[in-house]
Design a protein around this ligand. Sequence first.
Ligand SMILES: Cc1cc2nc3c(=O)[nH]c(=O)nc-3n(C[C@H](O)[C@H](O)[C@H](O)COP(=O)(O)OP(=O)(O)OC[C@H]3O[C@@H](n4cnc5c(N)ncnc54)[C@H](O)[C@@H]3O)c2cc1C
Length: 439
Amino acid sequence: MAGSEAAWQAAQAGIPVVIHEMRPRVGTFAHRTGSLAEMVCSNSFRSDDSEQNAVGLLHWEMRAAGGLIMEMADAHRLPAGGALAVDRDPFAEAVTARLRAHPLIEVVDEEVSALPQSGHWIIATGPLTGSGLAQAIADEAGQESLAFFDAIAPIVHFDSIDMDTAWMQSRYDKGETEEERTAYINCPMTKDQYEAFIDAMLAAEKTEFKPGETAGYFDGCLPIEVMAERGRETLRFGPMKPVGLTNPHNPTEKAYAVVQLRRDNALGTLYNIVGFQTKMKYGAQKEVFGMIPGLQDAQFARLGGIHRNTFINSPTLLDAQMRLKSKPHIRFAGQITGVEGYVESAAMGLLAGRMAAAEMRGASLPEVPQTTAMGALVTHITGGAEAKTFQPMNVNFGLFPPVSDAKGGRKGRQVRYKMYTDRAKADWQDWLGVRQAAE
Ligand SMILES: Cc1cc2nc3c(=O)[nH]c(=O)nc-3n(C[C@H](O)[C@H](O)[C@H](O)COP(=O)(O)OP(=O)(O)OC[C@H]3O[C@@H](n4cnc5c(N)ncnc54)[C@H](O)[C@@H]3O)c2cc1C
């Protein structure tokens, strides 16, 4: 996805491109074909609503930028209500044919197993990056900066947390500044609530690993339900321990257990539930996590999961132009940068292709405004996200600077989302330099 879009954008800007693709010679457990831009699982680009949905907005921005992936997805669209579903094989074949037919693009069927030492490169090898290259990246960036699994704790929109029940406090009020002393959001549970929560978690439907995925967990990221299976009290002595905290809404009563959420982005609009990486199915997660006092109306920016996924710690490794700081002739794009999903990956390819092409012409593109879906994503991966807890992320409005006059409720949300998308479209057209032409 990302490599195809990057190549297209650079070639359209007049730069000759060589695509190195290891398939079909070297396969992965998820890909079936030798086509570029193969959709490995679902055939959906998700919502196509560019007024109320962040991924729909990303579609809009990519179309406005002449994106190949969106053009081909539109050409091979299947009926799916408000979603953009794609006829996957004709789509991938059409992307491949367009790239192979481009006079400035050459496709070489070979695996790249080392970091190139010269030239301009974009590494867009995705969640199933070949092992030789993955090792070379780890050698360059440090083992701790390359993950092979994402162990994802759910991420919640701050404005959907009930702060009449929850409160902000770090354990034992630790920290030099007021901000540090109130870094966590705490959700208290009584004994009955805790017991019911454990029962629901143990009974919830879980996803099994697919063939080829490894079931080995790192010790630091055991799924929450696996911890609960080890004993009903395990969580009360682990991530849900109630010590060092006083509930200002009810200071005389000690909570039996406490769920903590930690800030997940610089804007403070997203919080992750600490230690709650999980293999519960999405529907079950919403039900079980909705039992946590304070999260009864939680809106999730992403639900939890554990998947095979190669990705780098982009916030520490990449500069704002998506270049590897230690080897700036190499850019990264796509899922390996810590975005998640077909569309987000292609979007980061679009930016990387344009940035590389500009650099080769001796220019530099201005920063993409964070108010756009493109800008929100690239800002997140290149510095906006917390590096320590960095996990792959779909595009969502929590990554955007808040719009003023945020109001609650469904109606308020619709108004707010429209404000986000109107602002994004205008700013994106400005960035592309096409606003005047459009008006
Ligand atoms: C099992 C699985 C299921 C998924 N399901 C979904 C889903 O339903 N919806 C969704 O939106 N996203 C899904 N994803 C995420 C999805 O992979 C990405 O969203 C998207 O395909 C990533 O795009 P990309 O361009 O970064 O990587 P890819 O599309 O994977 O492209 C990377 C390319 O690089 C090639 N490559 C890898 N290493 C080398 C090398 N060393 N040398 C040469 N070529 C190499 C690969 O063959 C591949 O063609 C899934 C991922 C996995 C692993």
